[in-house]
Design a protein around this ligand. Structure first.
Ligand code: SF4
Ligand code: SF4
Length: 437
Protein backbone atom coordinates (compact mmCIF):
# COMPACT_ATOMS: atom_id res chain seq x y z
CA UNK A 1 0.00 0.00 0.00
CA UNK A 2 1.36 3.49 -0.74
CA UNK A 3 2.46 5.22 2.44
CA UNK A 4 3.52 8.84 2.23
CA UNK A 5 3.78 8.58 -1.54
CA UNK A 6 6.13 5.56 -1.50
CA UNK A 7 5.39 1.96 -2.01
CA UNK A 8 6.15 -0.02 1.15
CA UNK A 9 8.46 -2.96 0.44
CA UNK A 10 6.92 -6.27 1.45
CA UNK A 11 8.48 -8.12 4.36
CA UNK A 12 9.93 -11.34 2.99
CA UNK A 13 10.31 -14.31 5.29
CA UNK A 14 12.92 -16.55 3.72
CA UNK A 15 13.06 -20.12 4.96
CA UNK A 16 15.46 -22.72 3.68
CA UNK A 17 12.66 -25.27 3.80
CA UNK A 18 9.12 -25.54 4.97
CA UNK A 19 6.55 -28.29 5.56
CA UNK A 20 3.26 -27.40 3.87
CA UNK A 21 0.36 -29.74 4.46
CA UNK A 22 2.81 -32.54 5.19
CA UNK A 23 4.93 -31.93 2.06
CA UNK A 24 8.49 -30.70 2.52
CA UNK A 25 9.33 -27.84 0.17
CA UNK A 26 12.87 -26.61 -0.15
CA UNK A 27 13.55 -22.96 -0.86
CA UNK A 28 15.41 -23.80 -4.05
CA UNK A 29 12.27 -23.34 -6.13
CA UNK A 30 11.62 -19.94 -4.62
CA UNK A 31 13.23 -17.49 -6.95
CA UNK A 32 12.80 -14.68 -4.44
CA UNK A 33 15.94 -15.99 -2.77
CA UNK A 34 18.16 -14.73 -5.59
CA UNK A 35 17.78 -11.89 -8.03
CA UNK A 36 17.00 -12.92 -11.62
CA UNK A 37 18.75 -11.33 -14.58
CA UNK A 38 15.94 -10.49 -16.96
CA UNK A 39 17.76 -8.12 -19.29
CA UNK A 40 21.37 -8.40 -20.23
CA UNK A 41 21.15 -7.52 -23.94
CA UNK A 42 22.76 -4.62 -25.69
CA UNK A 43 19.89 -2.55 -27.06
CA UNK A 44 22.15 0.09 -28.65
CA UNK A 45 21.35 -1.05 -32.19
CA UNK A 46 17.58 -1.02 -31.63
CA UNK A 47 17.64 2.51 -30.30
CA UNK A 48 20.03 3.68 -33.04
CA UNK A 49 17.61 2.26 -35.63
CA UNK A 50 14.63 3.93 -33.97
CA UNK A 51 16.46 7.27 -34.01
CA UNK A 52 16.60 7.33 -37.81
CA UNK A 53 14.06 9.66 -39.38
CA UNK A 54 11.05 7.55 -40.49
CA UNK A 55 12.21 4.45 -38.57
CA UNK A 56 10.92 5.46 -35.13
CA UNK A 57 7.91 3.09 -35.30
CA UNK A 58 10.17 0.02 -34.96
CA UNK A 59 10.21 0.79 -31.24
CA UNK A 60 6.41 0.74 -30.96
CA UNK A 61 6.23 -3.05 -31.47
CA UNK A 62 4.73 -4.82 -28.46
CA UNK A 63 5.28 -8.30 -29.76
CA UNK A 64 1.71 -9.40 -30.50
CA UNK A 65 2.96 -11.37 -33.51
CA UNK A 66 0.06 -10.54 -35.86
CA UNK A 67 2.51 -9.44 -38.56
CA UNK A 68 4.45 -12.68 -38.85
CA UNK A 69 1.91 -15.04 -40.48
CA UNK A 70 0.99 -12.42 -43.12
CA UNK A 71 4.59 -11.62 -44.07
CA UNK A 72 5.36 -13.21 -47.46
CA UNK A 73 9.04 -13.55 -46.57
CA UNK A 74 8.21 -15.48 -43.40
CA UNK A 75 6.23 -17.97 -45.49
CA UNK A 76 9.53 -18.97 -47.12
CA UNK A 77 11.91 -18.08 -44.28
CA UNK A 78 12.15 -16.35 -40.90
CA UNK A 79 10.97 -12.77 -41.07
CA UNK A 80 8.41 -10.13 -40.15
CA UNK A 81 8.60 -6.94 -38.07
CA UNK A 82 8.16 -8.78 -34.77
CA UNK A 83 11.15 -10.99 -35.47
CA UNK A 84 13.24 -8.03 -36.65
CA UNK A 85 12.25 -6.06 -33.55
CA UNK A 86 13.00 -8.93 -31.17
CA UNK A 87 16.37 -9.60 -32.76
CA UNK A 88 17.24 -5.90 -32.54
CA UNK A 89 16.26 -5.96 -28.85
CA UNK A 90 18.79 -8.70 -28.33
CA UNK A 91 21.70 -6.95 -29.98
CA UNK A 92 21.34 -7.64 -33.70
CA UNK A 93 22.43 -4.88 -36.11
CA UNK A 94 19.88 -4.68 -38.95
CA UNK A 95 22.09 -2.20 -40.81
CA UNK A 96 24.75 -4.84 -41.24
CA UNK A 97 22.71 -7.97 -41.84
CA UNK A 98 21.25 -9.74 -44.91
CA UNK A 99 17.75 -9.25 -43.37
CA UNK A 100 18.01 -5.59 -44.32
CA UNK A 101 17.40 -6.48 -47.97
CA UNK A 102 14.62 -9.08 -47.62
CA UNK A 103 11.58 -6.87 -46.96
CA UNK A 104 9.65 -6.10 -50.15
CA UNK A 105 7.67 -3.25 -48.52
CA UNK A 106 4.53 -5.18 -49.48
CA UNK A 107 2.60 -3.54 -46.64
CA UNK A 108 0.78 -6.64 -45.37
CA UNK A 109 2.27 -6.29 -41.87
CA UNK A 110 1.19 -2.65 -41.61
CA UNK A 111 -2.34 -3.69 -42.58
CA UNK A 112 -2.68 -5.85 -39.45
CA UNK A 113 -0.36 -4.14 -36.95
CA UNK A 114 -2.20 -2.57 -33.98
CA UNK A 115 0.81 -0.32 -33.30
CA UNK A 116 1.32 0.88 -36.88
CA UNK A 117 4.90 -0.33 -37.08
CA UNK A 118 5.61 0.84 -40.62
CA UNK A 119 8.17 -1.20 -42.55
CA UNK A 120 7.48 0.85 -45.69
CA UNK A 121 9.18 3.74 -43.92
CA UNK A 122 11.57 1.83 -41.67
CA UNK A 123 13.26 -0.20 -44.40
CA UNK A 124 14.19 2.64 -46.81
CA UNK A 125 15.52 4.66 -43.85
CA UNK A 126 17.60 1.74 -42.58
CA UNK A 127 18.93 0.95 -46.06
CA UNK A 128 19.89 4.56 -46.67
CA UNK A 129 21.69 4.67 -43.30
CA UNK A 130 23.49 1.40 -44.06
CA UNK A 131 24.72 2.74 -47.41
CA UNK A 132 25.83 6.00 -45.77
CA UNK A 133 27.94 3.93 -43.36
CA UNK A 134 29.50 2.02 -46.25
CA UNK A 135 27.95 -1.28 -45.20
CA UNK A 136 27.70 -3.94 -47.92
CA UNK A 137 24.95 -3.64 -50.55
CA UNK A 138 24.09 -6.76 -52.61
CA UNK A 139 26.02 -6.44 -55.89
CA UNK A 140 22.96 -6.99 -58.10
CA UNK A 141 21.19 -4.04 -56.47
CA UNK A 142 24.27 -1.84 -56.63
CA UNK A 143 24.42 -2.54 -60.38
CA UNK A 144 20.81 -1.35 -60.80
CA UNK A 145 21.53 1.86 -58.89
CA UNK A 146 24.46 2.56 -61.22
CA UNK A 147 22.44 1.76 -64.38
CA UNK A 148 19.62 4.00 -63.23
CA UNK A 149 22.03 6.81 -62.48
CA UNK A 150 23.74 6.55 -65.88
CA UNK A 151 20.85 5.62 -68.20
CA UNK A 152 17.69 6.63 -66.36
CA UNK A 153 16.37 3.06 -66.28
CA UNK A 154 16.94 -0.05 -64.18
CA UNK A 155 17.88 -2.23 -67.13
CA UNK A 156 20.85 -0.10 -68.17
CA UNK A 157 19.48 0.37 -71.70
CA UNK A 158 19.98 3.31 -74.02
CA UNK A 159 17.35 6.07 -73.97
CA UNK A 160 17.29 5.82 -77.79
CA UNK A 161 15.66 2.37 -77.49
CA UNK A 162 12.85 3.54 -75.17
CA UNK A 163 10.23 3.64 -77.90
CA UNK A 164 11.47 0.62 -79.89
CA UNK A 165 8.44 -1.36 -78.73
CA UNK A 166 6.09 0.88 -80.73
CA UNK A 167 7.43 -0.58 -83.99
CA UNK A 168 5.60 -3.85 -83.51
CA UNK A 169 2.34 -2.47 -82.17
CA UNK A 170 0.60 -2.38 -85.55
CA UNK A 171 -1.08 0.90 -84.60
CA UNK A 172 0.29 4.45 -84.43
CA UNK A 173 1.78 5.46 -81.08
CA UNK A 174 2.36 9.18 -80.82
CA UNK A 175 5.75 10.23 -79.42
CA UNK A 176 5.37 13.69 -77.99
CA UNK A 177 8.98 14.81 -78.59
CA UNK A 178 8.39 14.18 -82.33
CA UNK A 179 4.72 15.20 -82.47
CA UNK A 180 4.15 17.80 -79.74
CA UNK A 181 0.76 19.27 -78.86
CA UNK A 182 -1.90 18.65 -76.21
CA UNK A 183 -3.07 15.11 -75.40
CA UNK A 184 -5.68 13.75 -73.04
CA UNK A 185 -3.40 11.14 -71.50
CA UNK A 186 0.35 11.00 -71.09
CA UNK A 187 1.19 7.29 -71.18
CA UNK A 188 4.14 6.77 -68.80
CA UNK A 189 5.39 3.40 -70.05
CA UNK A 190 8.13 2.83 -67.42
CA UNK A 191 11.14 0.53 -67.72
CA UNK A 192 9.92 -3.05 -68.10
CA UNK A 193 7.28 -2.38 -70.75
CA UNK A 194 9.82 -0.18 -72.57
CA UNK A 195 12.75 -2.59 -72.58
CA UNK A 196 11.91 -6.17 -71.55
CA UNK A 197 10.86 -8.41 -74.48
CA UNK A 198 7.79 -9.67 -72.61
CA UNK A 199 7.05 -6.10 -71.58
CA UNK A 200 7.03 -5.19 -75.27
CA UNK A 201 4.26 -7.74 -75.87
CA UNK A 202 2.09 -6.15 -73.18
CA UNK A 203 2.86 -2.57 -74.26
CA UNK A 204 1.96 -3.37 -77.87
CA UNK A 205 -1.24 -5.12 -76.77
CA UNK A 206 -2.17 -2.12 -74.64
CA UNK A 207 -1.54 0.27 -77.54
CA UNK A 208 -3.94 -1.77 -79.71
CA UNK A 209 -6.62 -1.64 -77.00
CA UNK A 210 -6.16 2.14 -76.65
CA UNK A 211 -6.39 2.43 -80.43
CA UNK A 212 -9.67 0.55 -80.63
CA UNK A 213 -11.13 2.84 -77.96
CA UNK A 214 -9.86 5.95 -79.73
CA UNK A 215 -7.93 7.10 -76.65
CA UNK A 216 -5.99 10.32 -77.23
CA UNK A 217 -2.56 9.66 -75.72
CA UNK A 218 1.15 10.16 -76.26
CA UNK A 219 4.41 8.82 -74.83
CA UNK A 220 7.64 10.59 -73.93
CA UNK A 221 9.78 8.24 -76.03
CA UNK A 222 13.52 8.78 -75.54
CA UNK A 223 12.79 11.56 -73.02
CA UNK A 224 11.19 9.17 -70.51
CA UNK A 225 13.15 8.12 -67.42
CA UNK A 226 12.07 5.84 -64.62
CA UNK A 227 9.99 7.42 -61.87
CA UNK A 228 12.38 5.67 -59.45
CA UNK A 229 10.06 4.41 -56.72
CA UNK A 230 11.68 1.02 -56.24
CA UNK A 231 15.13 2.61 -56.13
CA UNK A 232 13.82 4.94 -53.38
CA UNK A 233 12.41 2.04 -51.37
CA UNK A 234 15.69 0.17 -51.79
CA UNK A 235 17.37 3.06 -49.97
CA UNK A 236 18.64 5.32 -52.78
CA UNK A 237 16.81 8.48 -51.82
CA UNK A 238 19.45 10.71 -53.45
CA UNK A 239 19.05 8.94 -56.80
CA UNK A 240 15.28 9.19 -56.49
CA UNK A 241 15.45 12.94 -55.84
CA UNK A 242 17.66 13.40 -58.88
CA UNK A 243 15.07 11.51 -60.98
CA UNK A 244 12.21 13.61 -59.58
CA UNK A 245 13.93 16.76 -60.84
CA UNK A 246 14.62 15.30 -64.29
CA UNK A 247 11.16 13.75 -64.71
CA UNK A 248 9.34 16.91 -63.64
CA UNK A 249 11.42 19.02 -66.02
CA UNK A 250 10.34 16.75 -68.89
CA UNK A 251 6.68 16.60 -67.86
CA UNK A 252 6.59 20.41 -67.66
CA UNK A 253 7.26 20.57 -71.40
CA UNK A 254 4.03 18.80 -72.39
CA UNK A 255 0.32 19.44 -72.14
CA UNK A 256 -1.85 16.58 -70.86
CA UNK A 257 -4.79 16.11 -68.52
CA UNK A 258 -3.90 12.84 -66.80
CA UNK A 259 -0.98 10.43 -66.60
CA UNK A 260 -1.73 6.77 -67.19
CA UNK A 261 0.84 4.08 -66.43
CA UNK A 262 0.94 0.27 -66.41
CA UNK A 263 3.41 0.29 -63.50
CA UNK A 264 1.99 0.24 -59.95
CA UNK A 265 5.39 1.38 -58.63
CA UNK A 266 5.41 4.42 -60.90
CA UNK A 267 1.74 4.96 -60.01
CA UNK A 268 2.66 4.96 -56.32
CA UNK A 269 5.49 7.44 -56.89
CA UNK A 270 3.29 9.90 -58.78
CA UNK A 271 0.33 9.49 -56.46
CA UNK A 272 2.01 9.64 -53.06
CA UNK A 273 5.68 10.65 -53.29
CA UNK A 274 6.03 13.28 -56.03
CA UNK A 275 3.41 15.48 -54.25
CA UNK A 276 5.70 15.54 -51.18
CA UNK A 277 8.25 17.26 -53.43
CA UNK A 278 5.63 19.76 -54.63
CA UNK A 279 4.61 17.99 -57.89
CA UNK A 280 1.03 16.77 -58.07
CA UNK A 281 -0.43 14.92 -61.06
CA UNK A 282 -3.74 13.28 -61.83
CA UNK A 283 -2.65 9.66 -62.34
CA UNK A 284 -4.40 6.42 -63.31
CA UNK A 285 -3.27 2.84 -63.59
CA UNK A 286 -4.10 1.56 -67.08
CA UNK A 287 -6.72 -0.83 -65.67
CA UNK A 288 -8.49 2.17 -64.08
CA UNK A 289 -8.60 3.96 -67.42
CA UNK A 290 -9.96 0.91 -69.25
CA UNK A 291 -12.42 -0.55 -66.71
CA UNK A 292 -15.11 2.15 -67.18
CA UNK A 293 -14.78 1.80 -70.99
CA UNK A 294 -15.07 -1.98 -71.11
CA UNK A 295 -18.57 -1.96 -72.64
CA UNK A 296 -17.18 -0.17 -75.70
CA UNK A 297 -14.76 -2.97 -76.59
CA UNK A 298 -15.67 -5.02 -79.66
CA UNK A 299 -14.78 -8.60 -78.85
CA UNK A 300 -14.04 -10.97 -81.69
CA UNK A 301 -12.94 -14.09 -79.79
CA UNK A 302 -13.97 -16.10 -76.75
CA UNK A 303 -11.09 -17.08 -74.46
CA UNK A 304 -11.66 -20.50 -72.98
CA UNK A 305 -9.26 -19.85 -70.10
CA UNK A 306 -9.51 -20.32 -66.37
CA UNK A 307 -7.69 -17.30 -65.03
CA UNK A 308 -6.50 -16.33 -61.59
CA UNK A 309 -5.37 -12.79 -60.87
CA UNK A 310 -2.35 -11.70 -58.86
CA UNK A 311 -2.98 -8.37 -57.06
CA UNK A 312 0.13 -6.17 -57.32
CA UNK A 313 0.94 -4.90 -53.80
CA UNK A 314 1.39 -1.31 -55.02
CA UNK A 315 -1.99 -1.23 -56.78
CA UNK A 316 -4.03 -3.32 -54.34
CA UNK A 317 -2.88 -3.05 -50.76
CA UNK A 318 -1.13 0.31 -51.12
CA UNK A 319 -3.91 2.02 -53.12
CA UNK A 320 -7.01 -0.11 -52.55
CA UNK A 321 -7.58 -0.87 -56.24
CA UNK A 322 -8.79 -4.46 -56.43
CA UNK A 323 -11.79 -4.11 -58.73
CA UNK A 324 -10.60 -2.44 -61.97
CA UNK A 325 -8.41 -5.43 -63.03
CA UNK A 326 -11.18 -7.89 -62.15
CA UNK A 327 -13.79 -5.84 -64.03
CA UNK A 328 -11.67 -6.14 -67.18
CA UNK A 329 -11.05 -9.86 -66.77
CA UNK A 330 -14.70 -10.68 -66.09
CA UNK A 331 -15.76 -8.76 -69.22
CA UNK A 332 -13.71 -11.01 -71.53
CA UNK A 333 -16.04 -13.49 -73.28
CA UNK A 334 -15.52 -17.10 -72.23
CA UNK A 335 -12.99 -16.32 -69.49
CA UNK A 336 -13.56 -17.87 -66.05
CA UNK A 337 -12.04 -16.05 -63.07
CA UNK A 338 -10.96 -18.02 -60.01
CA UNK A 339 -9.33 -16.57 -56.89
CA UNK A 340 -6.26 -17.79 -55.06
CA UNK A 341 -6.45 -18.30 -51.29
CA UNK A 342 -4.29 -15.21 -50.78
CA UNK A 343 -5.90 -12.43 -52.81
CA UNK A 344 -7.07 -8.83 -52.64
CA UNK A 345 -5.91 -7.18 -49.37
CA UNK A 346 -4.16 -10.39 -48.29
CA UNK A 347 -2.55 -10.91 -51.71
CA UNK A 348 0.87 -12.58 -51.67
CA UNK A 349 3.80 -10.44 -52.82
CA UNK A 350 5.64 -11.53 -55.99
CA UNK A 351 8.90 -10.54 -54.30
CA UNK A 352 9.58 -7.64 -56.66
CA UNK A 353 8.66 -4.65 -54.51
CA UNK A 354 10.98 -2.40 -52.52
CA UNK A 355 13.97 -3.32 -54.71
CA UNK A 356 13.25 -7.07 -54.47
CA UNK A 357 13.04 -7.09 -58.28
CA UNK A 358 16.83 -6.86 -58.28
CA UNK A 359 17.57 -8.99 -55.22
CA UNK A 360 16.51 -12.46 -56.31
CA UNK A 361 19.94 -14.04 -55.80
CA UNK A 362 20.29 -12.46 -52.37
CA UNK A 363 16.76 -13.45 -51.33
CA UNK A 364 17.22 -16.98 -52.63
CA UNK A 365 20.24 -17.41 -50.33
CA UNK A 366 18.17 -16.52 -47.27
CA UNK A 367 14.85 -18.24 -47.99
CA UNK A 368 13.70 -21.75 -48.88
CA UNK A 369 12.30 -20.62 -52.24
CA UNK A 370 11.66 -17.39 -54.14
CA UNK A 371 8.40 -15.59 -53.39
CA UNK A 372 7.49 -15.76 -57.07
CA UNK A 373 7.91 -19.56 -56.97
CA UNK A 374 5.57 -19.83 -54.00
CA UNK A 375 3.05 -17.64 -55.81
CA UNK A 376 2.97 -19.62 -59.07
CA UNK A 377 2.39 -22.79 -57.02
CA UNK A 378 -0.61 -21.09 -55.41
CA UNK A 379 -1.85 -20.03 -58.84
CA UNK A 380 -1.59 -23.61 -60.13
CA UNK A 381 -3.35 -24.93 -57.01
CA UNK A 382 -6.29 -22.60 -57.77
CA UNK A 383 -6.98 -24.65 -60.92
CA UNK A 384 -6.11 -21.78 -63.26
CA UNK A 385 -4.33 -22.27 -66.55
CA UNK A 386 -3.49 -18.54 -66.85
CA UNK A 387 -2.01 -16.31 -64.19
CA UNK A 388 -3.10 -12.75 -65.05
CA UNK A 389 -0.99 -9.80 -63.92
CA UNK A 390 -1.02 -6.03 -64.35
CA UNK A 391 2.42 -4.97 -63.13
CA UNK A 392 5.34 -4.87 -65.60
CA UNK A 393 7.63 -6.63 -63.11
CA UNK A 394 5.49 -9.70 -62.95
CA UNK A 395 5.34 -11.37 -66.34
CA UNK A 396 9.06 -12.08 -66.41
CA UNK A 397 9.25 -12.85 -62.66
CA UNK A 398 6.43 -15.37 -62.81
CA UNK A 399 7.53 -16.90 -66.11
CA UNK A 400 10.97 -17.56 -64.59
CA UNK A 401 9.25 -19.03 -61.52
CA UNK A 402 7.07 -21.29 -63.69
CA UNK A 403 10.22 -22.63 -65.35
CA UNK A 404 12.08 -23.28 -62.10
CA UNK A 405 9.05 -25.06 -60.59
CA UNK A 406 8.27 -27.05 -63.78
CA UNK A 407 4.88 -25.37 -64.07
CA UNK A 408 5.61 -23.77 -67.44
CA UNK A 409 3.65 -26.42 -69.36
CA UNK A 410 0.64 -25.98 -67.07
CA UNK A 411 0.43 -22.25 -66.27
CA UNK A 412 0.77 -19.32 -68.68
CA UNK A 413 1.50 -15.83 -67.39
CA UNK A 414 -0.24 -12.99 -69.24
CA UNK A 415 -0.75 -9.32 -68.64
CA UNK A 416 -4.41 -8.25 -68.60
CA UNK A 417 -3.62 -6.05 -71.62
CA UNK A 418 -2.55 -9.17 -73.53
CA UNK A 419 -5.75 -11.02 -72.60
CA UNK A 420 -7.91 -8.05 -73.68
CA UNK A 421 -5.98 -7.75 -76.93
CA UNK A 422 -6.31 -11.46 -77.68
CA UNK A 423 -10.08 -11.32 -77.21
CA UNK A 424 -10.22 -8.25 -79.48
CA UNK A 425 -8.42 -10.12 -82.25
CA UNK A 426 -4.80 -9.09 -81.57
CA UNK A 427 -2.57 -7.60 -84.23
CA UNK A 428 -4.59 -9.30 -87.00
CA UNK A 429 -7.54 -7.10 -86.12
CA UNK A 430 -5.73 -3.81 -86.76
CA UNK A 431 -4.85 -2.29 -90.11
CA UNK A 432 -1.09 -2.32 -90.75
CA UNK A 433 0.65 1.01 -90.24
CA UNK A 434 4.04 2.29 -91.34
CA UNK A 435 5.32 1.78 -87.79
CA UNK A 436 4.44 -1.91 -87.95
CA UNK A 437 6.66 -2.46 -90.98
S1 SF4 B 1 1.83 -6.65 -35.49
FE1 SF4 B 1 2.95 -4.75 -34.92
S2 SF4 B 1 2.98 -4.74 -32.68
FE2 SF4 B 1 2.39 -6.80 -33.31
S3 SF4 B 1 4.36 -7.94 -33.34
FE3 SF4 B 1 4.02 -7.17 -35.41
S4 SF4 B 1 5.08 -5.17 -35.49
FE4 SF4 B 1 4.87 -5.76 -33.32
S1 SF4 C 1 6.36 -5.11 -45.57
FE1 SF4 C 1 5.82 -7.17 -46.30
S2 SF4 C 1 7.80 -8.22 -46.61
FE2 SF4 C 1 8.21 -6.40 -45.33
S3 SF4 C 1 8.10 -7.18 -43.23
FE3 SF4 C 1 6.05 -6.38 -43.76
S4 SF4 C 1 4.89 -8.16 -44.50
FE4 SF4 C 1 7.09 -8.72 -44.52
Amino acid sequence: MPIGGHKQQPVVHELESAIVEGVELTADWNRQLESRVILDYDTTNLFALAELTDAESIEWCYGCGKCVPVCPVDVVGEYGPRKIHRKAQTGFDLLNDPDLWLCTTCGNCLRVCPKEVDMIKIMPAAREAAMAKGNPVPAELQGVFESTFKQGNALGQSARKRAAWTKGAGVPVRQLPKEPGPVEYLFYVEDYWSYHPRGHDAAQACARVFHQLGIDYGILGHEEKTLGDSQRLAGEKGLFEMLVEQVVETLDKYEFKQIVTPDPHGFNALKTVYPKYGHTYDVLHYTQLLAPLVDQLKWTRELDYTVTFHDPCYLGRHHGEYDAPRTLLMAIPGLKLTEMMRCRENGYCCGGGGGGMWLDSHTQNHTTERLSERRVKEAAESGADVLAVCCPYEVSRFEDACKSTNLDGQLRVMDIAELLDEALGGIDAVAPTEDAA
